[in-house]
Design a protein around this ligand. Sequence first.
Ligand SMILES: *Cc1c(COP(=O)(O)O)cnc(C)c1O
Length: 346
Amino acid sequence: MLNSKKIVDLRSDTITKPCQAMRQRMAEAEVGDDVYGEDPTVNELEEKCAKLFGKEAALFVTSGTMANLLSILAHTRGYGRIIMGADAHIQKWEGGGYARFGHVSAALVEQEKDGTISIEKIRKVACHGDFEVPQTTLICLENTHNFTGGKALTRAYMKEVRKVADEFGMKIHVDGARIYNAAVKLNVPIKELVAEADSVTMCFSKGLGAPVGSAIMGSKDFIDRARYDRKALGGGWRQAGVLASAALYGLENAPKTISEDHRRAEHLATKINELKPDDFHVDLDGMTNMVMVECLGRFTSIQLEKELEKNGILSFMYDEKRVRLVVHRCIDDEDIEHVIEVFRQL
Ligand SMILES: *Cc1c(COP(=O)(O)O)cnc(C)c1O
């Protein structure tokens, strides 16, 4: 058994721990009280993010969940209905915050395999509203789309959504927890990829490798509202520059680290398809840092997860047929070769 002592943790890109250089940057961060707008490092991060995303303003917040919730609150003010994918992270894994705290209902639409919601389906549920039917005020998209396997949504698709959104007077919010991965994958500047969106979020605590934090980008007015609600939700923080510095470090290194992650993920996926075409399949189309292994018969996803675990590889059983392997900053070429070897021996 090779490397049997070492754990290769592919459950998620959230498990990364700050490296020494990132910790150094955190230790040396200039800080102030961010509720007073006086933390220079937070201000620097927010300015950089606004520029990177081509939006007027940005807000640094605790998590992707809070970023999405604040965005929904700011757009809807508790009015109407939002449209999102049935497997959207907002719908599946955020405690139902949009309904509990945002007081909006949702029209859930089955996504396509590539993580998009078809324009035709959006049109079917979109509604101007009358006395009975709640008006649809917001479309939430996810890029990359987590549940379908980290699929990148294209600029061309965004333009199509903009058209239908305008037709029904809806705003567009992009849950961009991994938007950086999408931009690298598609080789498009982030600001172009989100040009059609009214708001977009990004996580620093995923592929970018920071311990905590997300950002929201949008118009100045929108960000002012989000800042106001962030305080009300207990998300106003003080010397948050310690965390913002880690986010800045992650951002600066992302062009290199994210493309490395994608290269390794693609290599792993290609090898799995080559080695075991009758047992497993990974769809490489639009794939980024997630290797979604579909079990074709000999193994169930529970069995595959257990087999991998016996060999020191942690994965995430997604549903009856799929196991997710996420490549991130703390995974190197040797780890990937180990995973390939284990698949070879299965
Ligand atoms: C992780 C994730 C979030 C939420 O992030 P947290 O920081 O864990 O709250 C939102 N959307 C997507 C697609 C994610 O993968």
